[in-house]
Design a binder for this molecule. Structure first.
Ligand SMILES: C[S@@+](CC[C@H](N)C(=O)[O-])C[C@H]1O[C@@H](n2cnc3c(N)ncnc32)[C@H](O)[C@@H]1O
Length: 231
């Protein structure tokens, strides 16, 4: 399906061109704590969180042009200057543009669930993804995952458990209640229908040194652009 591309003129929107033309991430995101929401959709979650934490910068990314447009509009309407929005694929951002040890927190809410067994490989969050995220986390960085699909959340919790660089912050590692966690549009929709949301929360293992964390090579694949093969 092709997207109807509406030009986004918001000052909060960062076209990839700016990074490709040499603007440094530090100039765009500033020196303070940086939090990333992957798949921000229409922006409800990031706007609420950014309003609660003016001391942090929030980078909201989505591959969906209209979602980026609406997220910028909501952030501007709320008068928030601590949000940046990029239309970008998550693995592309990590491998191409994001410095190592930069992220204080990463949020992924209701990612596309790909419920059919033969489509499970398309799920964004798995062991390979968590391994590629790890070197970008600050030593105290945390990862938050929420899904209406219990089996997806359990798989993510298992991947956290299996990877030496990550550890769960929850006991049990997958829970239906995370007090104070803002609601995204999809989360709200499922909860209103009486369907639970399953949360996973993990942190980078304290004391892990960057030398132990190697960035895996990005390979082209589902939603990862072909140029990913280029060095
Ligand atoms: C089911 S929607 C959930 C939106 C929002 N997080 C919420 O809970 O309301 C999933 C979103 O993730 C985006 N998305 C899917 N795969 C992505 C990827 N690889 N990188 C960035 N965004 C992605 C989609 O465009 C879509 O907006």
């Amino acid at each position: 399906m092709t997207q109807r591309m509406i030009e986004i003129t918001s000052p909060l929107f960062i076209p990839e061109k700016r990074l490709l033309e040499g603007e440094r991430p530090a100039e765009i995101f500033g020196p303070g704590p940086l939090c990333l929401e992957i798949g921000c959709g229409l922006g409800d979650f990031v706007v609420e969180l950014a309003a609660r934490h003016p001391e942090k910068t929030f980078l909201a990314i989505d591959i969906y042009n209209k979602g980026c447009l609406k997220t910028c509009a909501k952030a501007e309407a709320a008068g928030l200057g601590n949000i940046r929005v990029m239309r970008m694929e998550a693995r592309w951002l990590l491998s191409r543009h994001l410095p190592l040890e930069r992220l204080s927190a990463v949020y992924i809410n209701c990612p596309d669930p790909w419920p059919k067994k033969r489509h499970r490989r398309r799920r964004l969050v798995n062991a390979a993804f968590l391994a590629s995220l790890l070197p970008h986390m600050r030593p105290d960085g945390e990862f938050f995952f929420a899904s209406d699909f219990h089996d997806y959340a359990l798989d993510v919790a298992d991947a956290v458990d299996a990877l030496p660089g990550w550890e769960s912050c929850l006991d049990p590692p997958c829970t239906e209640h995370l007090p104070g966690y803002p609601l995204s549009k999809y989360m709200r929709r499922f909860l209103e229908k009486g369907e639970p949301i399953h949360h996973v929360q993990a942190r980078r293992v304290p004391g892990l040194v960057t030398a132990q964390t190697k960035t895996p090579t990005l390979r082209p694949g589902f939603r990862v652009p072909l140029q990913a093969a280029a060095p």
